[in-house]
Every structure is written in C-alpha cells, then in structure tokens.
Design a protein around this ligand. Sequence first.
Ligand SMILES: [Zn+2]
Length: 276
Amino acid sequence: MSLTDTHCHLYWRKFDEDRGAVIQRAIEAGVTRMLVPGTTIETSRQAIELSETYEQVFAAVGIHPTDADDFPDDGLDELYKLAEHQKVVAIGEVGLDYYWVKDSEKQKRQKRLLSSQVQIAEALNKPLVIHLRQENNAVEGPVFDDFFELIEPWIQKWREQNHPLGLAPGTLHSFNGNAGLAAKGLERGFCLGVTGPVTYPKNEAHRQMIKNLPLSRLLIETDSPFLTPVPFRDKRNEPAFVCHIADKIAEIHSKSPAEIAEITTANAARLFAWGD
Ligand SMILES: [Zn+2]
C-alpha cells in the first residue's frame, strides 16, 4: 500500500532533532511521496534541500500570505529561480489569510502577491498549492470570494489557450469551506486537500461535506507539524500519521483504507506529475 502526504512542513524547527527519523518512519509506514511546501524564500530553499536529500520528498516554493508583509517586491525573481528546480512540482504555499490578517491594505497586498505567484505557476506550468483561511475559520466569506474572483480570469484564459493549468490548476490545501465552495473549486478543476480536522469528533458537518466529494479529486495531507489527527491529537504531527486521515475518509466513503490510499496517491501523481 502506498500513501502520499501532499502537505508537510518538514523544515519546521520542531523537526530539527529527529528530521531523518521522521522521514524514515513515514517511508516505513508506506508513504512513498511527501510534498514539502515553503512559506518564505528561506523555507522554500530548505524544502528544495530536503527534496535533494530524500528521493521520496518533493518541494513546492512560495510565499505564504501571512509572510506577504515582509516580502520584498524584488524577491519574485529569486522565487522564480527556485521554482525552476526539477524537484519543485508546485507553487505554494500561497493564497489568502484573513484569519491572521484583518487589515484591508494588507489583504490587498496578499492579493497582489498571490497574482504574481500565479503568473510564475503559469510560466513554469506548475500547479498551485492554495491556502485560504477566513476570519474565525468560517466555512464561507470574503477570503473564498476574493480568491475565486482573482483566479477566475486566469482559469478562463488557460482554458481558452489549452494551458494544462486550465483543467488542473492545483489544490485547495486543507480545504474547510462549505459544500457550495467545494463545488466551485471542483468546477474550476482544483483538487481538495483533507487534513487532520476530518478526524475531530465535533467536525460532523465537515465530514458530511467530504462525503459528497468525488474521491478522484481528494488529496490527503498532514500539514505537519500542525493539525495532528486523532488519536495523536496532542502530539506533533508527522507524515506517518497520514494513514489516520485515509482511514477516516475510508469510513466516510465506505471504502477500504487501501483503496483510499491508492486513489489519493494516484490523484497526487496526476497533479504533481512526479511519477509512480
Ligand atoms: Zn501549510
């Protein structure tokens, strides 16, 4: 059985003591592919270094919306150069965050930075790993509306030009929107990333939403070291725990965990084009 973790921040300092052991444990647990997304130039570089060290690790490079403030305008050239690396399979983690950032000028800056990074994705034909977080973690609201308004013209243009991103623009990482927004994302060609909160007892509405999604468009991800799934909720998260997310989706969709592992691994391989 082969599992994929499409979102783990393995460069995080919480892994400094035992990073190699964490990756080894994941491989032993059957995790054959791990995608490490950067959030700054520095962590994007670290993600690439990990991908150079471990065959099973791939990188995404990008500036996270909560890091938009500190990002110099001339930093995009540097990001572009990093994005050209052969083990960089996506642009991310990029997006909009209105949970931490409530100032409207700063939100505008996030949107400009996101547009610039969508342009890099287009130029290099690498899909986007999108972070969207609404105030109070609401399942709808301006962060989703602003994102779709921003991405819509790109997707239309890509579809007209038969650019591959027109049908598979990327993934909405750790998606926590409502069913209507999920449908909108799917219609635009996005995959949806499912993380640990799907295992939390109180998240019945989230599970109901996931029950109605097509398995062919789901990715499973830990977002390590955050969002640890049950039964390890109080611990640091790590890629080996991705099986607990697969188990929960299997339960929701009345499939076997092995089927979910196989389907989500194939979905990720299709989107990130990293081979079997
Ligand atoms: Zn993340």
